[in-house]
Design a protein around this ligand. Structure first.
Ligand code: 3ON
Ligand code: FE
Length: 490
């Protein structure tokens, strides 16, 4: 019998799998309403729109997807205006979404293993990618873009979330090019930096920098030896930082129709992780190695004299699922947790050191946007309720990297969280006190509440995470566990 004690310090589950499964249901309906059920106070200074993306459909024509990352992108918009919040969700009308909805069945193989019906013969040699636009959504250069790392962005109308179509960013992207789902905003230069990856026997990385008006002002091409699967990067004033984790791709089962491409990745703990510092202004990449690990997400990075410091969520191996397991039945405790590590690279001695910042299982780190690429003190992340072991994300952790203290708010036992998004509070400006500057803002966290089988948007005060929500906006329905989001003050 699982305990439901959120204070548990042993590795006892603080959740029930049935509760967690409630957040893996599809949301086929599209809504458009003012949220009228609110507990607490919506901060009057919180004005703008939170856009979030994530897989909205976990089944098609009654057939369950093999993995949630294969789900069609659904955008949510929460608009804060005059103390009220408006909610809207719309599917990205990708070519694949439209064709499959019309056919009422799966027509494309998913990267994470969803097959077309009809067995392997019907999947054999079918390498068409379905751009599912499900990973991130950004408002930049007066355009709203839904991103998926293996294809072009989809452009949407920011007011209505209507899909305008796939875009090549003024001819920047050629047919077949990718555009990563992890742009980072350089606060000093007010630039959006992103990359595209072309994996192969050598991996090609193209770094892009966009000015505020959306124009691409810098483009650099780099290559490094070997295959790479790179989801995210870290940014400093001088470098784009890429971790090439020791994964190999054996494409045979993919080509033969037995497995999805991502199911053909294998982790080799005997090989190191390669770190590439790609100079933003061009030049020779700097190369370092560190012990084998797998990283999806970086929290932040900064330069300190000759050192580069990178804070990342590391897994001891690629957290792939056994292809025979239904992800809804996953035994969380049997998988390696993602944990926060600080990686310090000395450019002169080439020495790389790693130390764990906290053992708690976590994912989806964030920070005050003004500190991206800069020395910083406060890191926020979604995290498990138990301080050790692997489990679903149920709380928000704030680490003070200076005093090594932490604050934690938990939605356990029946609430589950997704990525927190930091929104600066323009009214709390105190240039005299840099620590308070960095916590001046709110964290917006979309939760799934198993008690109501619906979702809440939770507003936390970044300066006081452990006090719990300032407000909870209760939605009329659930939102399946999502991926990433951004806030725009418009
Ligand atoms: O050879 C390449 C291999 C590969 C895997 C070809 C490729 C570029 C087509 C490819 C594709 C990669 C893709 C499409 C990756 C998409 C990733 C994605 C949609 C999401 C990643 C999420 C990562 C994490 C860590 C999410 C965690 C979620 C939770 C802990 C809770 O829900
Ligand atoms: Fe990501």
């Amino acid at each position: 019998m699982p305990t439901l004690n959120p204070q548990a310090s042993a590795n006892l589950p603080t959740y029930s799998l049935t509760d967690w499964q409630g957040g893996t249901r599809s949301l086929p309906d599209e809504y458009d309403y003012w949220i009228d059920e609110v507990t607490g106070e919506i901060p009057p200074g919180l004005v703008g729109t939170l856009f979030r993306n994530g897989p909205g459909l976990l089944d098609i024509g009654g057939v369950a997807l093999k993995h949630p990352f294969d789900g069609d992108g659904m955008i949510c918009a929460f608009t804060f205006k005059d103390g009220q919040v408006h909610f809207r969700n719309r599917y990205v009308q990708t070519t694949g979404y439209q064709a499959e909805q019309q056919a009422g069945k799966i027509l494309y193989r998913g990267v994470f293993g969803t097959p077309k019906p009809g067995g392997w013969l019907n999947n054999l040699f079918d390498m068409k990618l379905k751009n599912i636009a499900n990973t991130q959504v950004i408002y930049w250069g007066a355009k709203l873009l839904a991103l998926w790392e293996a294809a072009w962005p989809y452009q949407l109308n920011p007011a209505t979330l209507e899909t305008l179509g796939e875009i090549n960013l003024d001819g920047l992207l050629k047919p077949g090019d990718a555009f990563a789902a992890h742009p980072r905003l350089d606060p000093q230069q007010q630039r959006l930096v992103n990359f595209s990856l072309k994996p192969g026997l050598t991996t090609a990385v193209r770094l892009f920098e966009f000015a505020l008006d959306g124009r691409c002002v810098l483009e650099q091409d780099y290559n490094f030896p070997g295959f790479a699967f790179i989801h995210d990067f870290a940014l400093t004033p001088n470098y784009g930082i890429f971790f090439q984790n020791p994964v190999q791709l054996n494409p045979i089962p993919y080509l033969l129709g037995f497995k999805g491409a991502a199911e053909c990745l294998s982790f080799n703990p005997q090989h190191p992780t390669h770190i590439w510092l790609l100079p933003r202004l061009g030049g020779t990449p700097l190369h370092f190695t560190m012990p084998a690990c797998f990283v999806f997400h970086h929290a932040n990075a900064f330069e300190l004299g000759d050192d580069i410091v990178v804070d990342s969520i590391c897994y001891e191996s690629f957290p792939g699922l056994d292809s025979d397991t239904n992800y809804r039945q996953v035994d969380f405790a049997s998988l390696p947790p993602g944990q926060l590590w600080r990686i310090r690279i000395n450019k002169t001695s080439q020495a790389v050191t790693m130390n764990q910042l906290d053992p708690r299982c976590c994912e989806f780190p964030c920070l005050h946007p003004n500190y991206v690429g800069q020395p910083y003190r406060y890191l926020y992340t979604a995290a498990a309720d138990n301080p050790t072991g692997n489990a679903p994300l149920q709380g928000i952790l704030r680490l003070d990297l200076e005093t090594q203290t932490q604050e934690f708010w938990s939605a356990a036992p029946r609430g589950f969280v997704t990525e927190p998004v930091f929104v600066p509070d323009p009214t709390r400006i105190n240039p005299e006190d840099s620590a308070s500057q960095e916590t001046a803002g709110w964290l917006l966290v979309l939760t799934y509440e198993a008690s109501r089988q619906k979702s809440d948007l939770v507003i936390l005060d970044a300066a006081n995470v452990s006090q719990g929500p300032l407000a909870r906006l209760h939605l009329k329905h659930h939102i399946p566990y999502g991926l990433h989001g951004t806030f725009t003050p418009q």
